[in-house]
Design a protein around this ligand. Structure first.
Ligand code: SAM
Length: 394
């Protein structure tokens, strides 16, 4: 093992002054759409559109009725156009600086994969069959989705997703820190189950490991594993981990059929993953979770709140992404009962859960302890809280 450290791949990314200004504009515009325009839209529905429908005896029975009623409204059309365009601008705003830095980034990732100074690993599968639900569309408008490779040992998609995510969450008060989900789930588990000490942790659809790395701090000594379908994401994440001294084991695998032995993990997590998966595959992946967990092990999947957990209006709001953000499985996933998903995979109903947890950083440790004791409620999903579902294997 050489003493020479791996260069932090992020330091090669150097947007110009104008590119940074553009990225800041995009972050601010997105925040405006998702916070201010979201509130305006709700006000328009509650104060004008809904009362008019009620007066005509045409109050909608469900979220689809709200969607039909709002579709032609200027408030919705404006909100929707801004959200769509700002989503596109998010990834476009980082592509050029990534392209300029690409050769250097590839060299760093190659070096990391060759030397593994932190003791992690990168296992890619030649001729890997990327699931069609990843490869056939630009998922949430990322040009090239998560998997595209344009040159040998490409890391571009990893960089575009990583830096695009920073622009995406830049000014949003609850998304300032990378890995907020893992940090929150980790601390929640630690406080709620003080005796739970996972030895091996697996993150499904890890991307570049952003919501895997924080478990190293909460559960020191645990072995970290991340799987994803996209090779460029894994190369990028592996380079980040090695530079940070984190021994993380990345592998390119389809979560529907993993090559780890039965009972290999004590904790299986995911974040922002299942809403991108068709239902048939969701069932397969959850069955894999059951197979891969040791007895006493837990799975905790952070996801969007399911349809039954929120109001008709919130369902209209959340399901926007299905038809407007290249996330075709969103509505179907949200219409499932998460407890039923877990029991269908083999978990006991009484060991399954689906609820909100607070964001660790914004809620703060003292209030978190009170939440775990049942003294405080968690904030809504996306407004200081995260929705999680999962189960413990008995
Ligand atoms: C929205 S991203 C996940 C983000 C990441 N967990 C985070 O918190 O930043 C979804 C990821 O799942 C991966 N993915 C989708 N289907 C997959 C499958 N069947 N097997 C492995 N990875 C998959 C995609 O390549 C993508 O990186």
């Amino acid at each position: 093992m050489s003493a020479q450290p791996i260069v932090d791949i992020e330091t090669l990314y150097r947007p110009t002054h104008d590119e940074r200004a553009r990225q800041q504009f995009v972050s601010t515009l997105r925040k405006h759409a998702i916070v201010d325009m979201r509130a305006d839209l709700k006000r328009d529905w509650e104060s004008r559109v809904e009362p008019a429908l009620q007066a005509r005896g045409e109050a909608p029975a469900d979220w689809r009725g709200i969607e039909r009623a709002m579709e032609a409204e200027p408030s919705f059309r404006f909100y929707s156009s801004v959200r769509y365009n700002v989503q596109e601008m998010t990834f476009l705003s980082v592509q050029e600086p990534v392209e300029r830095a690409l050769d250097g980034m590839i060299d760093v990732a190659r070096e990391a994969a060759k030397r593994n100074p932190a003791g992690g690993s990168l296992r890619l599968t030649p001729n890997f069959e990327v699931p069609r639900y990843v490869s056939s569309l630009d998922i949430h408008l990322i040009p090239g989705s998560f998997h595209s490779e344009y040159t040998q040992d490409d890391v571009a998609q990893g960089a575009v997703v990583a830096f695009g995510s920073k622009v995406f969450g830049g000014q949003h008060p609850f998304r300032k820190k990378a890995g907020a989900v893992a940090e929150s789930v980790g601390h929640w588990l630690h406080l709620k189950y003080p005796d739970f000490k996972p030895r091996r942790i697996l993150d499904l659809g890890t991307c570049s490991g952003k919501n895997l790395f924080p478990y190293a701090e909460v559960f020191p000594g645990a072995e970290l594993y991340g799987i994803d379908a996209g090779a460029p994401l894994l190369r990028f994440g592996h380079a980040q981990a090695e530079a940070a001294g984190l021994p993380v084991h990345f592998s390119q695998q389809n979560a529907e059929s993993l090559d780890f032995p039965d009972g290999h993990f004590d904790l299986i997590v995911s974040s922002f993953f299942f809403h991108e998966i068709p239902l048939k595959s969701t069932h397969k992946i959850l069955r894999e979770c059951h197979r891969l967990l040791a007895r006493g092990g837990m799975m905790v999947q952070m996801e969007l709140p399911n349809e039954a957990a929120v109001s008709a209006y919130e369902n209209f709001f959340w399901n926007w992404d299905t038809g407007n953000n290249a996330e075709p499985f969103y509505t179907t996933f949200r219409s499932q009962d998460p407890i039923a998903l877990s029991t269908a995979a083999g978990f006991a109903a009484e060991q399954s859960f689906a609820h909100l947890i607070p964001d660790w950083v914004t809620f703060g440790e003292e209030r978190y302890r009170r939440f775990v004791k049942g003294e405080l409620p968690a904030p809504a999903h996306g407004s200081g809280g995260w929705f999680v579902f999962g189960a413990r294997k008995t």
